[in-house]
Design a protein around this ligand. Structure first.
Ligand SMILES: NC(=O)c1ccc[n+]([C@@H]2O[C@H](COP(=O)([O-])OP(=O)(O)OC[C@H]3O[C@@H](n4cnc5c(N)ncnc54)[C@H](OP(=O)(O)O)[C@@H]3O)[C@@H](O)[C@H]2O)c1
Length: 319
């Protein structure tokens, strides 16, 4: 099988491309602006330039679509263009090029901020931020278009991914190392970290089984509280940080003011309503469907995952 991997200059796509390449699979990475991914073969392409995609898909039996806009510094329209229109452009190109299977990487975040028990694949999605909304639309429209074009397509929803080499979660580790972190509320709302190797195992199971028109949540062994997450990092770093606790309602009002001010001075200020929801609501997921139907079995618990991540950050002088 030949794999075309989008988003391989990013964190998860890059880890997947390297893993498949190390297993001697035939991998080619779609990159833009002449970017490279170690010494892997690359082909130039941009999700927003459909003409570049057909040629790229012509090199593949399977497309794994990780590329996406996570939201930082982009307008809602730019995020939607990449996560929705870009995905649909790639699906059309894959169909035209005769691709046999398309794995779309969505996100557990499509469910949106929640109270109560962990969400599963049947939970009604109420996405809130432009990123969550765009990933949800991207996922729904991808399933619809693939059905219409008769292209076999499955959807993976990774939860909050972390591990060695991850630039996105580094700031949390750095803040805790500096001696402080914060909770909104009491810190008992849930998060669902998945260690990168577990996630890649889940994605490989999907590539083996090639489920069509199915969605799978791929998360870590279990949800943890925000407190758990921060305290585990602190223990591994051998620090005793001061944890600021902000009450939810006044912080929400503060965020509204800061967002208004941010618009006036054209700067994204640190306190936003979406950050408050990320910190204060439940993001725990139920991974039973992937366990039962794919044989998914995440092995790395929080302590071990954080230990491996800190060790990598230290060795590479990121921390
Ligand atoms: N990280 C998480 O915790 C997490 C959790 C759940 C789901 N996900 C999903 O998993 C996927 C990968 O996440 P990640 O953390 O690895 O993201 P990332 O590190 O930010 O990488 C994003 C990738 O998308 C590429 N890209 C963006 N716009 C593009 C365009 N117009 N054309 C071609 N490529 C484009 C980027 O290429 P450039 O280098 O050229 O910018 C980069 O390679 C995303 O779809 C994300 O929504 C991530």
């Amino acid at each position: 099988m030949k794999y075309l991997i989008t988003g391989a200059t990013g964190y998860i796509g890059g880890q997947m491309a390297r893993r498949l390449h190390s297993k001697r699979e035939h991998v080619i990475c779609l990159t833009r602006n002449g970017k490279r991914v170690d010494d892997l073969p690359v082909i130039d392409g941009d999700l927003l330039l459909p003409s570049t995609l057909v040629n790229a898909c012509g090199h593949a039996d399977i497309v794994i679509h990780f590329a996406g806009a996570l939201g930082r510094g982009l307008t809602p329209k730019m995020i939607s263009d990449i996560n929705v229109n870009g995905t649909l452009n790639l699906i059309h190109a894959a169909k035209n090029a005769g691709v046999k299977y398309f794995l779309h990487i969505s996100s557990g975040a499509v469910v949106g901020p929640r109270e109560g028990k962990p969400a599963d694949e049947k939970t009604t999605c109420c996405p809130y931020t432009p990123y969550e909304i765009s990933k949800y639309k991207g996922e729904c429209k991808a399933l619809e278009l693939a059905q219409e074009l008769n292209l076999p397509l499955g959807v993976a929803r990774p939860t909050f991914t972390y591990g060695p080499g991850d630039p996105h979660k580094l700031l949390m580790f750095k803040l805790i190392k500096k001696g402080f972190f914060f909770y909104i509320g009491k810190g008992y709302s849930t998060n669902h970290p998945v260690y990168i190797d577990d996630l890649l195992d889940g994605i490989e199971l999907m590539l083996d089984k090639k489920p069509k028109q199915e969605v799978y949540i791929l998360g870590g062994p279990k949800p943890v509280t925000k407190r758990n997450w921060a305290e585990t990092i602190a223990q591994e770093l051998n620090v005793q940080p001061f944890f600021f606790r902000f009450p939810e309602k006044p912080t929400w009002l503060g965020a509204i003011v800061m967002e208004g001010l941010g618009k006036l001075i054209r700067l994204e200020l640190p306190l936003t309503r979406s950050r408050i929801l990320a910190m204060s609501k439940n993001w725990g997921m139920d991974i039973s469907k992937a366990k039962t139907e794919l044989g998914y079995s995440p092995k790395i618990d929080l302590k071990e995952g954080v230990r491996k991540t800190v060790s990598w950050y230290r060795q590479n002088k990121w921390l």
